[in-house]
Write a protein that binds this ligand. Sequence first.
Ligand SMILES: [Zn+2]
Ligand SMILES: [Zn+2]
Length: 374
Amino acid sequence: MREVLRRLAISAKHLIVLDDFLINNDSEYRRIEEKLEQMGEDYLDFCRELYFGGSKTRGNPPLGSRQMILSDIFQYIITSRAYYLAVKDANYKKKFVKIVMYLVNQWLIMDCFGPREVSFLRRELMKTLRESIGDRDFFEAGDDYHIRRFEETLEYDDDLIPKPPNPHPPDKSILDTYDSLFPKIRGGPIEILVYLYLLQRRLGFVVSLLTQQRLISGDRVITPPDILLLRSKGEVIGLEIGRGKEKQSADFSLVTGIPTFSIDLVERQPFRCDECGRWITYCDRVIELYSERGVPEDHNYVIHCIDCPYFNDGECPDIMCYIESTNRYGVSRKARYHFRCLDSITRREVLSNNPESLVAYYPLVEGLEKFPEE
Ligand SMILES: [Zn+2]
Ligand SMILES: [Zn+2]
């Protein structure tokens, strides 16, 4: 992640140096800059699409929201710049898939300070962000509501984990405030994983609209699906990632005549471990196989860890287990756990009686197995 962001900052710096030099040395350039500045709030609203400490917890239109902005920028890096690595040749495409999988894992891990055990780190992170960005930008809207929610979230020291598994999650405004500090957690990685899947199958040429969530035709604006597949003979198919956006898809289909389907990762991945409260990341073996060999022929999305070269008698940290156990809330339920997070008795039991239940998942997409390749 680090080098990706360093280079993004260098690109920004390069443009800033150019801009500085021109402002200082060319009067015509400077004159136009002054016109922009004279536009005042209108120009600032334009700029706020690039960063904004919103007035609402998630920041509502017209000012966008910080988590959407951060997510868009991150997705832009992957789908619109780094992506050119993938088009070079098959070998580079494998590397692209591998790198993006690692980045997705880091993206999931960003949400690791929700559990109360690390609430001190959560507080530290929130303070660090506020200090490093500076209140002027961090709370740009300057409204008390936003600042108060931030203070409340700062003071909250129990789990910032939603229901389920958390039977007593905090007020939604607190969860939202914390979320707003990150590029869209869960939704963002899922979109990228679906995108990776589509790149690896011949279902059509993949047009990512992940960072183009509005399209304009003259005075009309529509909300397109996340992805378009361009198929032979002019066939175009829209794919909306995640559920609950049927209305939006129907509107798009009605206007454009392009059929649109909802898709999602199999079994609603990624999973949160019911014991430690962290997201379960994609294991090294899956990343290796997925990047090297692509989508498995039979669309089998489960790896049985006992057959994995990294199994190490169950010591591999990425092993997942779907069993009935008592979770971090003292509730007994069938859920996904890191194998590493189960108590030693349960671990021994599973290892001797039911090692088949130790698994790792490929991030495959549900609903497109039978869709004809071309
Ligand atoms: Zn865990
Ligand atoms: Zn493994």
